[in-house]
Design a protein around this ligand. Structure first.
Ligand code: SAM
Length: 281
């Protein structure tokens, strides 16, 4: 383990917990680069999820107006107090982010904010979807994820990486891989390489659309990836082949398409056609 981190943890008698995905970053140039990619400025409020030993928190605090951090592991309290002692613009909340109500988190943040997170891999997808679907004031998410997940999030339609989560993101914004980070940059190093993804949120995108209905269609379209869309829609909505053929034709979607061939806009269009035809509410 990197020496200064080892000394810090030893000073406070803290050992790292694998179960919480505690692979920490120590390279200050890399930490500054993540903050720069996030576009954090002196007027910004930042939500950090998983503060760990506070290295990324400190890099954000140097640039942002305010940082609200969540950390599940209370044994890191003395470490974080030590590392962040000179930053009065940081508040750490000890708790499981997955158990917080979105309204409470956003009330704490007070207005528009950027999320920056080096996420434990096991909560990557739920966190992203929770914030994409429910956050009201989030302007961008800059998150470190496993490299293969990063490419999935930012993939284009008709590629093998493209999936329901990609469409979910594209319904609210756009994702881009902004930085690759090798496993050796973490302490201790995980078994995989990582990458930082930036998702810029556009709350006006498909604003007047019934998102719950669109997301349900997306879920059904990807329910069996090997099947054609027509079959997944027939099975998922209990509709006849003839009806679904007409729905797809009216939406300008090929009868041989699979879920992965449709853009977010195609899904919105299909949803509107299904509503007009009265096959969904
Ligand atoms: N931000 C630090 C860094 O970049 O070095 C630590 C990143 S480490 C990959 C992930 C951190 O998230 C750990 O400190 C872990 O304890 C914390 N964590 C894991 N699950 C969490 C949860 N459900 N809510 C809040 N924090 C969590």
């Amino acid at each position: 383990m990197e020496n200064s981190l080892k000394t810090l943890l030893r000073k406070h008698n803290v050992s790292l917990k694998k179960a919480y995905g505690q692979n920490f970053l120590t390279d200050s140039a890399l930490l500054d680069e993540i903050v720069e990619k996030a576009g954090v400025e002196s007027c910004d409020t930042v939500l950090e999820i998983g503060c760990g030993a506070g290295a990324l928190t400190r890099a954000i605090a140097k640039k942002a107006k305010r940082v609200i951090g969540y950390e599940i592991d209370t044994s890191l309290k003395p470490v974080l107090s030590d590392v962040l002692s000179e930053y009065k613009n940081v508040e750490i909340i000890f708790g499981d982010i997955m158990k917080q109500k979105m309204a409470d988190v956003e009330k704490k943040l007070g207005g528009k904010y950027i999320m920056v997170a080096n996420l434990p891999y096991y909560i990557t997808t739920p966190i992203i979807m929770q914030f994409i679907e429910n956050a009201k004031n989030l302007s961008a998410m800059v998150i470190m994820v496993q490299e293969e997940v990063a490419y999935r999030l930012a993939s284009k339609e008709s590629t093998s990486d493209y999936g329901a989560i990609t469409v979910g993101i594209n319904l609210r914004g756009e994702a881009q891989v902004v930085l690759k980070v090798g496993r050796e940059k973490f302490s201790p190093p995980p078994n995989v390489d990582s990458a930082v993804v930036k998702i810029v949120i556009n709350h006006d995108k498909f604003k007047s659309v019934d998102m719950t209905a669109v997301r349900n269609i997306v879920r059904i379209a990807f329910s069996s990836r090997r099947k054609m869309l027509i079959n997944n829609i027939m099975n998922g909505f209990k509709l006849s082949r003839e009806v679904v053929e007409k729905l797809l034709t009216d939406s300008n979607i090929s009868l041989t398409a699979r879920g992965e061939n449709l853009t977010a806009k195609d899904y919105v269009c299909l949803c509107e056609t299904m509503k007009k035809a009265g096959v969904i509410q």
